[in-house]
Write a protein that binds this ligand. Structure first.
Ligand code: CAA
Ligand code: FAD
Length: 379
């Protein structure tokens, strides 16, 4: 596998790095403290083409590959994962699925504004009693002939209050189990559709996570994605790509913490020399850096396989499993390297540590990634 970056990859990485430094870093601590959704920043990300990076230009996207996407995700996640989670959901779970499986009309009506950043989308699979066990959907989409009648509750939905378009998985025919599930496009403001209060979270506090309530919401049949009963397969396929996005988010959190730790270790002096000259600190940095490089190779491998059109289910799950563990371990050590200063907000590493945790939970917990990997290697 060739891990050399092209000129375009390097340009995308540089653009994302500059954007994150200039537009996301100022105010990131405040937004986290106030749980403020980064609305202006997400708007700018749309204008710069970060919200529909892999979508073909005819549908409003940037026509880039997955490697470009993971490089941009890493840079943005070094600074603000409340922004990168919206970016990941919009690119991987919403735009990619619509481009691959949507009808021409769905693409024109929904994909174009989503990919060009005019609006943002959400992906609603999880429910109060169906997170990991995603086949046991309680939300129902009764077939009424020309439309579905949607009833139920979705939990923890990213972009929950700010999205204009939601892809909602719901059970139409329970006898068929997961093969009776449909994926439906629901618009904000439809009668019977309500959004719950924002969750007060440990990390990614700016991100708007909400429950969604559907009470007799009429969804026209032309808003179903794919054939009748395709919804669960649709969800699993988009999640494979989504897991690469979250793996690159975890990588960004880890590498952001690493960069801050190197800088601090060179500046902070104890016992008459910079702490970077104490062997215990050097060994922490060497372990962090080795693990980050290993995570980066797994992320790139998954992205490159996806770009080549090869199966990447196992590689995406491995990248997410490993990178999220590295994010957790690295940020804990970054706080340690910063000593007492690491425990206060100004130095950023405590926020990165809180943000790291979610990468082991959403888009399939680490336990679920282990199940996916084991099933793939035992096939
Ligand atoms: N790719 C493609 N297809 C897959 C798949 C994958 N990764 N995983 C499962 N499938 C298919 C199976 O092949 C099977 O299809 P067939 O019946 O046609 O053969 C079908 O899905 C059901 O699979 P299983 O029989 O393995 O079902 P299971 O109930 O034993 O396990 C699971 C399924 C893998 C645990 C699945 O439920 C799962 O991935 N759970 C985690 C859910 C998840 O990731 N949620 C994330 C929500 S979105 C989110 O979190 C966004 C965000 O934070 C920002
Ligand atoms: P559970 O499934 O109840 O799991 C509880 C524990 O049991 C976990 O440790 C889990 O790994 C473990 N476990 C479960 N089953 C097994 C098993 N078979 N073997 C071993 N261990 C097991 N969902 C969406 O659909 N869209 C979103 O946009 C979205 N955004 C989110 C944003 C945030 C901030 C959060 C917190 C969640 C979000 N989610 C979203 C939901 C997320 O995907 C779920 O929380 C996740 O899949 C886990 O489901 P659960 O919370 O119900 O935990």
């Amino acid at each position: 596998m060739n891990f050399d970056y092209s000129e375009e990859h390097l340009a995308v990485r540089e653009a994302a790095r500059e954007f994150a430094k200039n537009e996301l870093l100022p105010g990131v601590i405040d937004r986290d403290e106030k749980q403020q959704f980064p609305a202006d920043q997400i708007k700018m990300m749309g204008e710069l083409g970060f919200m529909g990076m892999m979508v073909r230009p005819e549908y409003g996207g940037g026509g880039m590959d997955t490697v470009s996407y993971v490089l941009a995700m890493e840079e943005i996640s070094k600074i603000d994962s409340s922004c990168s989670v919206s970016m990941s959901v919009n690119n991987s779970l919403v735009c990619w699925g619509l481009e691959k499986y949507g009808t021409e009309e769905q693409k024109r009506k929904y994909l174009k504004p989503l990919a060009s950043g005019q609006i943002i989308g959400a992906f609603a699979l999880s429910e109060p009693e169906a997170g990991s066990d995603a086949t046991s959907q309680h939300t129902t989409a009764a077939d009424m002939g020309d439309h579905y009648l949607l009833n139920g509750t979705k939990n923890w939905i990213t972009n929950g209050s700010t999205a204009s378009v939601y892809i909602v998985m719901a059970q139409t025919d329970p006898e068929k189990k997961h093969k009776g599930i449909n994926a439906l496009i629901v618009e904000k403001g439809q009668e019977g559709f309500a959004v719950g209060p924002k969750e007060n979270k440990l990390g990614i506090r700016g991100s708007d996570t909400h429950s969604l309530m559907f009470s007799d919401v009429k969804v026209p049949k032309e808003n179903r994605i794919g054939d009748d009963g395709f919804g669960f397969s649709f969800a699993m396929q988009v999640l494979n790509g989504g897991r690469i996005g979250i793996a690159s988010q975890a990588l960004g959190i880890a590498s952001g913490a690493m960069e801050l730790s190197i800088k601090y270790a060179k500046e902070r002096k104890t016992f008459g020399k910079p702490i970077a000259e104490h062997q215990m600190i050097q060994f922490k940095l060497s372990k962090m850096s080795t693990e980050i490089e290993a995570a980066r190779l797994l992320v790139l491998q998954a992205a490159m396989k996806k770009d080549k059109g090869e199966s990447f289910v196992k590689e995406a799950a491995m990248a997410k499993l490993y990178a999220s563990q590295v994010a957790m371990d690295t940020t804990v050590e970054a706080v340690q390297i910063h000593g007492g200063y690491g425990f206060v907000k100004e130095y950023h590493v405590e926020r990165l540590m809180r943000d790291a945790k979610i990468t082991q939970i959403y888009e399939g917990t680490s336990e679920i990634q282990n199940i996916v990997i084991a099933r793939e290697i035992l096939k």
